[in-house]
Design a protein around this ligand. Structure first.
Ligand code: BTN
Length: 271
């Protein structure tokens, strides 16, 4: 499953915990030098009954996953890779808005720490100048009535140079080091993202609803009115974004005038 860190390390639990100001998230931190996938480990821990708030972090992953079963690449020391276990009292119908939680927190932390003009792309991308800086993989388990547990996995490209990305991703990816011109310390970034996650998750728990996340998403990621192309497994559609539904779905108006709801897909903003 993974190799626990035995020597002091930038992302070892004590280094991450130092000065961390959160209520729920980060109460326990499990740190690996090399893991299969922090999402996989967090899902196993959650299924064994581990409490919410546990953070699983790894210096590198051998089977890092993105949406649609894609690989998530990050050589040792270059990426920030972690997953958080949550047990929200929510209906499964709003599961996809938990990706908003990760994306909103990550974008806010990066804007505040480095002053970079990061933006969000529905449903889970953290973007800088049109290139992918980070992504969120939110996975939930439960039954028809309620989510049993959720894992929100976050991957941020931190210290990659162009050549560290797989060739086919180079033109569409960027990193904090490329954007700032400096090597970036990962522990302070992780701490800040955990604090932003904790603040938003506290609101969700109080409201027993992800409405605060959807409202923030509508405010800070104004896709409305943009012409986009949405690529799904079996088709590609273009249209004008009419908004984000309460369950996080993208509302698209097709050139024919028909309104459609998209619950997943890859978006390219055309204009
Ligand atoms: C995407 O953009 O498709 C989502 C990428 C999510 C990657 C992170 S890295 C930490 C966590 N563990 C994984 O296996 N995936 C997520």
């Amino acid at each position: 499953m993974g190799v626990p860190l035995r020597v002091p390390h930038a992302l070892a639990a004590p280094a991450v915990r130092r000065g961390l100001n959160t209520h729920v998230i980060g109460a326990h931190i499990v740190s690996f030098r090399r893991a299969s996938s922090t999402n996989d480990i967090a899902l196993i821990l959650a299924s064994q009954g581990c409490p919410e708030g546990i953070v699983v972090v790894a210096d590198s992953q051998t089977a890092g996953r993105g949406r649609f079963g894609r690989r998530w690449h990050a050589a040792p020391g270059l990426g920030l890779l972690f997953s958080v276990i949550l047990r929200p009292e929510l209906a499964p119908s709003v599961s996809s808005t938990l990706a908003f939680l990760g994306a909103l927190a990550t974008a806010r932390a990066i804007r505040e720490l480095y002053g970079l003009p990061v933006s969000l792309k529905w449903p889970n991308d953290v973007v800088l100048e049109g290139k992918k800086l980070g992504g969120i993989l939110a996975e939930t388990t439960g039954d028809a009535g309620a989510i049993r547990h959720a894992v929100v996995g976050v991957g941020v490209n931190v210290n990659m140079r162009q050549r560290d990305f797989p060739r086919e991703l180079r033109s569409g990816a960027t990193s904090l080091a490329l954007a700032t011109g400096k090597r970036v310390a990962r522990a302070p970034l992780l701490r800040r993202i955990l604090e932003e996650l904790d603040r938003r998750y506290t609101l969700v728990r109080k409201a027993k609803s992800t409405a605060p996340l959807v409202e923030e998403w509508r405010r800070v990621a104004p896709h409305t009115g943009r012409i986009v192309r949405v690529r799904q497994k079996d088709r590609i559609q273009e249209g004008t974004v009419a908004g984000i539904d309460d369950d996080g779905a993208l509302l698209l108006r097709l050139p024919s005038g028909t309104a459609v709801r998209m619950t997943s897909g890859d978006v390219t903003i055309l204009r």
